[in-house]
Design a binder for this molecule. Structure first.
Ligand SMILES: Cc1cc2nc3c(=O)[nH]c(=O)nc-3n(C[C@H](O)[C@H](O)[C@H](O)COP(=O)(O)O)c2cc1C
Length: 189
């Protein structure tokens, strides 16, 4: 069976990012099922400006192509200042008119000190651009720094189980399993 192609996007641009370590842990847990690609260019994308859509910069085209090629996406991000990190929001804004996330199976992990506000906000954004997300592919991970090691092992057994469950759920969604609990699109107002 062909492996499912997953594009991982880290919302932190720090070299020693806990979110990046968590992505690598997720990769290690699922190498038999998923063929992973890490998009590590969010800090290379220009500031989104609708005027630039007339001649989309190459780095953005590359991002679009990686999204198009992916069967599913894993976003793993911290919260900054009770919100979504600007680099990640900028990357998502670039995809709106291209509809890159429309009908795309997505898993969202918000791994932060607390993270609840960014998690809720990102879910709203991803759902309004028609990502497919279920209750089982959205995970809030508070106190992430105490749960993932620098050599990308998950040191918290609850989190280990939660991540395995999330990855299985993402795989089920890509396969189009029935009885999935899709999160509804939020109202615009
Ligand atoms: C500028 C800045 C703002 C932050 N604001 C929040 C916040 O609002 N909520 C939160 O849970 N953590 C906040 N944090 C802490 C981050 O969640 C924590 O440093 C996290 O580990 C960063 O993720 P990373 O390790 O993947 O880079 C903030 C960190 C920075 C640098």
């Amino acid at each position: 069976m062909n492996k499912k192609r997953i594009l991982a996007i880290c919302g932190s641009t720090r070299k020693a990012s806990s979110n990046l370590n968590l992505i690598h842990a997720a990769m290690d847990l699922s190498t038999g099922v998923f063929d992973w690609q890490l998009f590590n260019g969010i800090d290379q994308l220009p500031h989104f400006n609708p005027d630039l859509l007339a001649a989309v910069p190459q780095v953005v085209t590359d991002f679009y192509e990686q999204l198009q090629h992916a069967d599913g996406v894993l976003i793993c991000t911290p919260e900054y200042a009770i919100g979504v990190p600007g680099s990640l929001k900028n990357a998502i804004d670039w995809t709106v008119s291209a509809m890159s996330f429309s009908q795309k199976p997505v898993a969202l992990i918000t791994a932060s000190t607390s993270g609840a506000v960014a998690h809720r906000s990102l879910l709203g954004t991803l759902l309004i651009i028609e990502s497919r997300i279920t209750e089982d592919t959205a995970l809030l991970v508070p106190a992430v720094k105490t749960k993932v090691s620098a050599d990308h092992h998950i040191t918290d057994s609850d989190l280990q189980h939660q991540v395995v469950h999330l990855l299985r759920s993402l795989s089920d969604m890509i396969e189009g399993a029935s009885d999935l609990k899709y999160l509804p699109r939020p109202d615009l107002m």
